[in-house]
Design a protein around this ligand. Structure first.
Ligand code: ADP
Length: 215
């Protein structure tokens, strides 16, 4: 966890360690006219958040990382698997009409389509459905398989990918959602769908990080 906003005493400790490190907790306490026990929580915060490194019998030394650098390191460690939402999966023969109803009932913007082997076959977005409704009266007769974006043109992410890589794909390909998939062994373009990754996922992660104050 990161404390970007250090308190005054933590700033003082950081400065002392920058100037004099490696330095023991005892020595820092002496310089600040405080007891070692009083300093312990501050030292814990500074080491846990990565500002300081501590080595037994050597003492504390400055890690040389700025708050921004620590934050970007932290962001790059967040994994898709820890933030993904459940996928909403439909079959190719579902009608456009039923797909629209599903979108409302499930409160999502994108549906994922799987084939008989339960592997990813397509993606249907809001605009795909809107496009299909223009000039088309028989929405119950048109299967989503006809209007969906198909494999192998689907951009996906895997659970172990970082949130950062996934967010980059959303921007790069100008799409709202990425199926989270696990490749099926030995088969090209065969994926099991295990989650949904959307712009909301990123927003949620952002809000959660903002809430994490100091430890
Ligand atoms: P919206 O339709 O609300 O603008 P998107 O921007 O996600 O939503 O979709 C734009 C187009 O990109 C649609 O035709 C959709 O089928 C397609 N699309 C959506 N997600 C993906 C994806 N992960 N991979 C490939 N194409 C996608």
């Amino acid at each position: 966890m990161i404390s970007i906003d250090l308190n005054k005493r933590q700033e003082q400790i950081l400065q002392i360690v920058k100037d004099k490190g490696p330095i023991t907790g005892e020595q820092i306490a002496d310089l600040l006219n405080l007891t070692r026990a009083t300093l312990r929580p501050d030292l814990a915060i500074l080491t846990m958040s990565g500002y300081l490194d501590a080595r037994p019998r050597v003492g504390y030394f400055y890690s040389g990382k700025s708050g921004n650098r620590l934050l970007s390191e932290r962001v790059r460690k967040l994994k898709v698997k820890d933030y993904k939402a459940p996928p909403v999966i439909v079959q190719e023969n579902l009608s456009v009409y039923e797909a629209i109803v599903t979108l409302f009932l499930e409160d999502v913007g994108t549906l994922y389509v799987t084939n008989r082997d339960r592997q990813l076959a397509g993606v249907i977005s809001r605009k795909d459905l809107l496009r299909a409704t223009i000039g088309n009266k028989n929405l119950e007769d048109v299967p989503v398989g006809v209007i969906m974006t198909r494999m192998p043109n689907i951009i996906t992410v895997e659970p172990e990918d970082t949130l950062f890589e996934a967010a980059n794909k959303l921007i790069e390909y100008q799409i709202d959602s990425l199926p989270v998939v696990i490749p099926v062994d030995g088969k090209k373009n065969a994926y099991e769908v295990v989650g949904r990754f959307t712009k909301t996922t990123i927003t949620r992660a952002f809000v959660e990080m903002g809430k994490e104050d100091s430890i």
